[in-house]
Write a protein that binds this ligand. Sequence first.
Ligand code: ADP
Ligand code: MG
Length: 391
Amino acid sequence: MRTLSELEIEGPPTQRVLVRVDFNVPLHDGAVADDTRIRAALPTLQELRRRGAALVLVSHLGRPKDREPELSLAPVAARLSELLGVEVRLAPGVVGDEVTAAARALEPGDVLLLENVRYEPGETRNDPALAAALAALADAYVNDAFGAAHRAHASTEGVAQRLPHAAGLLLAREVATLSAIVEAPARPLVAVVGGAKVTDKIAVIDRFLEIADAILIGGAMCFPFFAAQGHAVGGSLCEAEGIEPARRALDAAAAATCRLELPSDLVLGDRFAADAQRRELDGVEVPDDWMGLDVGARTAQRYAAEIAAAGTTFWNGPMGAFELAPFAAGTRAVAEAVAAAPGTTVVGGGDSAAALSQFGLADQVTHLSTGGGASLELLEGKRLPGVEALA
Ligand code: ADP
Ligand code: MG
């Protein structure tokens, strides 16, 4: 990957840099509800402005089917202006004559934000015409959108082929940190994997079975494992398509040096709600009419001890329905253990990141990945098209 410092952008004439950022942020009442991703891009933007470049920023937001005004980047432009302390102008579209004129008028340090790149249907098709039109707006390209790097889109892959390019500071740090986990981890290497569906994460579980010392399973995804072992799961969220992959992972674990750990106690609710009836279960045989909504206290303690002793911990996916206060304790215990661990700690996944923030611990981990899907694909050993294009 070409680095930012290798990119020649010093003028005169003023060099315009097209920067792919990940401003796919949650909105609420027409304003940015969580600006974590915007803040994460600031070091790259500040560095480029310090070197005298003019910036043309490009990002997607949500999945517009059309030019839906609710998915305009206008609220992002407003928030970014505040954070950068400079006016960020929003272009009237993604490409076109008016956008070209706005880009041409930029002076050193100026910032222009293009509209939601997915307003253009060519974006997800990696349309060469859109990639060429984006490339024509600038003299160089920087990709800092790690969260979109697993997609070969016009703004992540196509455009990189057409301009001198480099990785942004955030993307470079994401790739370096996540690659280090699989290539040269401080041991023991412990993966804590939870969340809703085992099929989302089975590839990364399979990979960690080869390289990790222990995998600790939590969240609803423990139920396909329990079903595969013949336990009753009651009314728990148990993905049917996950049972076969879970069975295969259990078989693989029996032959591997890596331990695959499952919960040994659970917290049950009578339904998925904050005011549900709650009971603790010493064991994992879930009665009918009850659902497992969190790991139990003994399991949480066991997992916390593993995390405390780990050289490296990778955590993806909450241990339970942490959005509901009565079922948040297991996720909180893991989050606190990760925050306090002396080893390297890396957290990926949108909901895991949200849990860390909810507990006020987001700044106490070594690395909080901004890319859920991209971080999993990198750990699985897949090639990320947006990263490959920066070679
Ligand atoms: P991440 O975004 O960190 O990758 P996921 O999206 O895979 O995590 O999973 C998060 C979701 O899983 C949360 O909404 C949480 O409520 C849900 N979840 C976790 N455990 C359970 C459970 N036992 N029953 C129902 N839902 C659960
Ligand atoms: Mg999620």
